[in-house]
Design a protein around this ligand. Structure first.
Ligand code: FES
Length: 254
């Protein structure tokens, strides 16, 4: 991990509150693995002072990409960055998704959880049979469909809560049937806590390995402040930044 002053190469509004930022960062781009994240200092002013965590969406040295939703002051400031502006990043941070080949992998993305899974998909697709379930609240929140299409995965399934795009339902609606018919070996998921809770219930008892990439509020990003602690199924606490963000789904208490 290293702190780098990086140059913004582009900051594109994809749709509504969603943006994609391309950043020139020689060290972080070279060292990143799918699943890693960065801490971005969104402002040089004292408010908001802290860095914000972002899962890496793509990496092709010397660039990385972040995919983000404007949800508060920090991401609002990030959305105002222009080409040529500088941004301080710390990274790459956290563990990464497992190295896999010749597997039937099901990626499960909820909302902006698609970002780290897209990076995983780019890495896995040539060596595995890759499937994706991607769900969001509505069509306004279901993005990157052209980029996902271009990956030529073996199967893709899209859902929205209100039925405005894809099938009306949730990522869990058909998951057991998909796992059975596609002979899935393992699932890798990223999304909001409510999604993990229901996934954990749906996947219980099935003969698949399940990995989850967690989001958390983070102060430091590398294990010293405990702001990201989550309770494990064994009863102790895990730091999402340093022990994760990728965990076995069943190792976390949901
Ligand atoms: Fe500080 Fe995880 S963010 S310990």
């Amino acid at each position: 991990m290293k702190e780098e002053k990086c140059k913004v190469s582009e900051n594109i509004n994809i749709k509504g509150k969603y943006y994609s930022m391309k950043i020139e960062t020689a060290y972080i781009a070279k060292k990143s693995r799918p699943g890693n994240f960065v801490m971005a200092a969104v402002s040089t002013a004292s408010d908001p002072l802290l860095k914000r965590p972002f899962g890496i969406f793509r990496a092709a040295p010397p660039f990385i990409w972040l995919y983000y939703e404007v949800v508060g002051k920090g991401t609002e400031l990030l959305s105002q960055k222009k080409k040529g502006d500088f941004l301080t990043l710390l990274g790459p941070l956290g563990n990464s998704f497992p190295g896999l080949e010749n597997k039937n992998i099901l990626l499960v993305a909820g909302g902006r959880g698609i970002a780290p899974l897209f990076y995983a998909a780019e890495d896995y697709v040539s060596r595995n049979n890759l499937f994706l379930i991607y769900g969001a609240k509505s069509a306004a929140d279901l993005n990157l469909l052209d980029k996902l299409e271009a990956l030529n995965m073996t199967g893709t399934y899209f859902y929205t809560d209100d039925g405005s795009a894809g099938k009306k339902g949730f990522v869990t609606t058909d998951i057991r049937e998909i796992i059975e018919t596609q002979k899935i070996d393992l699932t890798i998921s990223c999304g909001p806590e409510a999604m993990f809770k229901s996934l954990n219930g749906e996947l219980k008892g099935l003969d698949v390995e399940n990995y989850a990439s967690l989001e958390a509020i983070m102060g430091c990003g590398f294990g010293i402040c405990y702001s990201c602690a989550v309770k494990s199924a064994a009863g102790d606490y895990k730091k999402v930044c340093a022990d994760g963000p990728v965990f076995r789904l069943e190792d976390i208490e949901w």
